[in-house]
Design a protein around this ligand. Structure first.
Ligand SMILES: *Cc1c(COP(=O)(O)O)cnc(C)c1O
Length: 393
């Protein structure tokens, strides 16, 4: 049998600690390794594969676009890119879209737009950004600075200047950082990577009010929690607010690399030709993915499904919290859930993998579940049964 793992170790930069499982294909909500073993996918490529694998309408649309037009650069509009941007506008209820290729690029773009607005207003490029501890916004030298996790930053300085960190759900910690140079506040409605911490509704509304009061740009990073994962197309609709800019990626392409940042009118008008760009960003192939994903979410009633099936997942997870002393609590919204353990989560995640279930960690002691949005109660049962078996040990 081919030793793909060893060949991989010999070919790749060791930026990741990879599992010793080599995946070959996917079908529905299952993945298969090179030995033909089946895995129930409760992580969806870190929240990307919302429609699972081989969703027929998606595959058909992508195959057709591949044979029509894949790339022309952003000096031309294409019908599919216009349709994708209109779909994003409708879903976000914001004004103007910039397509890029990843979550990192989305947060970088949002940061640049917020800084540009500040620059036009103050005539100086000396703005500050408030981010949060435990946050995650990407790995480039700007977005990793926005990421409130010193371990990801320390070897890579000097990073960008002017970023400070507040405490989630503590509005006083935000107020104490605001000054006349504050250009933006960036926050994930549900922190993913950092440990699955949702923002309280009152906190989010207070952030909105603070930003209005001080003319600060409220940037919501919905790269992980957006696109229907929490039960509404954007999580912020559950907070009854609109951001000034939203960052999207992961589930917006369901496997094709694409991201976006979307601004309301006030901030959008700060951007002028020449300010920002991306060669690939929003090419016709990526935009077909975006448009098709929005079409499917609507036509196939995926959001009502998420609302229902997530209730069942939550109920079964709460049962696990009740039953096992090693599980401290459940946190999350919709199909973005975390189980907090009284120990490192890694060994449980590994045991689940050996038993044919894929999940990820968040922080050090949280099991994070980001299943495809199309899972059924039967898949939830299969997952809970295996989880309980492992927790018993
Ligand atoms: C994954 C993630 C990013 C970075 O996205 P990439 O596509 O990996 O660059 C940014 N913000 C959040 C909230 C994420 O979960």
């Amino acid at each position: 049998m081919e030793d793909w793992y060893t060949r991989g170790e010999n070919a790749f930069l060791k930026a990741y600690g990879r599992y010793d499982v080599v995946l070959e294909k996917g079908e529905g909500v299952y993945l298969y390794d090179t030995n033909g073993r089946r895995y129930l996918d409760f992580y969806a490529g870190i929240g990307v594969n919302s429609l699972g694998y081989h969703y027929p309408a998606y595959v058909e649309a992508m195959q057709k676009q591949m044979a029509t037009l894949t790339h022309v650069s952003n000096y031309f509009y294409t019908p599919i890119a216009v349709e994708a941007a209109e779909a994003v506008k409708k879903a976000t209820q914001l004004e103007a879209v910039f397509f890029c290729n990843s979550g990192t690029e989305a947060t970088e773009g949002a940061l640049k737009l917020a800084r540009k607005y500040y620059y036009l207003k103050h005539g100086k490029a000396d703005s500050e950004i408030i981010s949060f501890h435990h946050s995650f916004h990407g790995r480039s030298t700007g977005s990793v600075k926005l990421t409130g996790n010193p371990a990801y930053q320390k070897a890579f300085g000097p990073l960008i200047d002017g970023v400070c960190y507040a405490t989630l759900n503590d509005i006083e910690s935000v107020k104490s950082l605001i000054n006349e140079r504050t250009a933006a506040i960036i926050v994930e409605p549900v922190q993913g990577e950092g440990g699955v911490y949702p923002c309280d509704k009152a906190f989010m509304q207070d952030l909105r009010a603070l930003c209005n009061e001080h003319d600060i740009c409220l940037i919501l990073d919905e790269v992980q929690c957006g696109m229907g994962r929490t039960g509404t197309i954007m999580t912020y609709f559950q907070y009854d607010i609109l951001p000034d800019i939203v960052c999207l990626a992961k589930g917006i392409g369901c496997g094709i690399p694409v991201g976006a940042f979307v601004a309301n009118k006030k901030w959008a008008q700060a951007m002028e030709p020449g300010d920002h760009g991306s060669t690939y960003g929003g090419n016709p192939f990526a935009c077909m993915a975006v448009k098709t994903v929005f079409d499917i979410l609507e036509k196939d009633q995926i959001l009502p499904h998420v609302q229902k099936v997530s209730q069942y997942l939550i109920q079964r997870l709460d049962e696990v919290v009740e039953q096992f002393d090693c599980v401290i609590e459940r946190r999350g919204l919709g199909l973005m859930q975390g189980l907090v353990l009284n120990q490192e989560a890694k060994s449980v995640v590994k045991a689940l993998l050996n038993d044919g279930v894929i999940v990820v960690t968040a922080g050090s002691n949280v099991i994070r579940m980001l299943p495809p949005l199309i899972i059924t109660p039967q898949h939830v049962d299969e997952f809970i049964e295996k989880l309980k078996k492992i927790l018993k040990k």
